[in-house]
Design a binder for this molecule. Structure first.
Ligand code: ADP
Ligand code: MG
Length: 385
């Protein structure tokens, strides 16, 4: 795989670089999001070395339309437009950014980019176009025609075979940006972890996490289970869960690994209105004691319904235990899980805090991280190999 850091100035200067990033972030979170802060060095490196940068991204799930020359209403759908990110990125980079919408044809778009004195452009939400999620080679080629090289710095969408992630690499010299490189380096290190390896799993859906559990059942020493996924294990034991959340189809899986000694279940819970909403105090200390001994930690999924502070104690306990373990290297990922870090005032999501928490890696991927750790080849990464 080629990495951006290995390219010489000669290979970059004067080029127009298509840079795929992930701006699928709530606007109010954007300024502090590791997804945005993490790509700033890539943009700076490219422009410092004399490239024009055309930023590609998607946002949300708009209903796509067939083709772009139409002045369709959907193309102007405000809710999903990337336009607000012009201001956000401009401010963070202290540079002007030109927004390019789809009310033009490809030729006009190319002319806008080539003819402009600006050197950073943001293209409108690619999921407005029907081919993006279908990995359409025609769309990929149209995009590729806008530049001379392609950089993928969108780890969080690299598990999706999308035109701007996968197919585009067939038409341009392509490489991994700094953020993607960091993700690959840190996550691949998990395949040969320092032991003991403790994996903490919570959140709403166990089905997302089965691949990871199976891939690590030999390598890991403990799986600490919490959040909604613990309820599936209770059901597997034939215990009642009241009105708590669960996933019907995964009870069989829970039965299969229930008696594995590595799988540790909560010993008490916080319950309200017939719903289990957090792990209890005894579970928190049990988990703290195990986390204390770890040399490697992976965490995805909150321990409870943490959006209500009354049920955030379990997750906060995990955060503290991870931070207090000064020997372990820890990887934390998932949209909600990392937002928890911000609300816990740790601010570790700002990669700038590397100095304070040098042994903590905050992955920018939710689904992508889980698939990577499940041992799957992500289409966006495979395409760069
Ligand atoms: P991430 O986004 O970090 O990958 P998930 O999406 O898997 O995490 O799960 C996060 C969600 O799980 C949170 O919104 C949280 O409220 C919810 N959750 C965790 N435990 C419970 C529970 N016991 N009852 C209801 N919701 C829960
Ligand atoms: Mg989530």
């Amino acid at each position: 795989m080629k990495f951006l850091k290995d390219l010489s100035k000669k290979e970059i200067a004067g080029k127009t670089c298509l840079l795929r990033i992930d701006l699928n972030i709530a606007e109010k979170e954007a300024r502090n999001s590791s997804r945005i802060l993490g790509i700033l060095p890539t943009i700076k490196f490219l422009t410092d070395n004399g490239a024009k940068v055309v930023i590609l991204s998607h946002r949300g799930r708009p209903k796509p339309v067939k083709w772009a020359n139409s002045k369709s209403k959907i193309l102007n759908s405000k809710e999903f437009s990337l336009k607000p990110f012009v201001k956000i990125l401009s401010k963070l980079l202290n540079k002007q950014i030109k927004f390019v919408d789809f009310n033009k044809n490809w030729k006009e778009i190319a002319a806008t980019i080539n003819g402009s004195k600006n050197n950073i452009f943001l293209l409108e939400n690619l999921r407005f176009l029907v081919g993006e999620e279908k990995n359409n080679p025609k769309l990929a080629k149209q995009l590729a025609n806008l530049g001379d090289m392609y950089v993928n710095d969108a780890f969080a969408v690299s598990h999706r075979a999308n035109a701007s992630v996968e197919a585009i690499t067939k038409f341009l010299p392509s490489c991994a940006g700094f953020l993607l490189e960091r993700e690959i380096k840190n996550l691949s290190a998990m395949m040969k972890p320092k032991k003991p390896l403790v994996i903490i799993l919570g959140g709403a859906k166990i089905s997302d996490k089965i691949g990871l559990i199976e891939n690590f059942i030999e390598r890991a020493d403990y799986f600490l289970i919490g959040g909604g996924i613990a309820h599936n294990f209770l059901l597997a034991q034939g215990l009642p869960i009241g009105d708590s959340i669960f996933e019907e189809k995964t009870v069989e899986f829970a039965k299969k690994i229930l008696n594995n000694k590595k799988v540790i279940l909560p010993v008490d819970y916080k319950i309200k209105n017939r719903k289990i909403l957090d792990i209890g105090p005894n579970t928190i200390s049990l988990y703290e004691n195990i986390i204390k001994k770890a040399k490697t930690i992976i965490w995805n999924g909150p321990m409870g319904y943490f959006e209500n502070p009354k049920f955030a104690k379990g997750s906060e306990g995990i955060v503290k235990a991870i931070i207090n373990n000064k020997k372990a290297f820890s990887i934390i990922g998932g949209g909600e899980t990392t937002s928890l870090l911000r609300s816990a005032q740790i601010n570790a999501d700002k990669n700038a805090d590397k100095r304070r928490y040098p042994r903590l890696f905050i992955s920018t991927g939710g689904g992508a991280m889980l698939e990577y750790l499940a041992g799957k080849k992500l289409p966006g990464i495979k395409a760069l190999e």
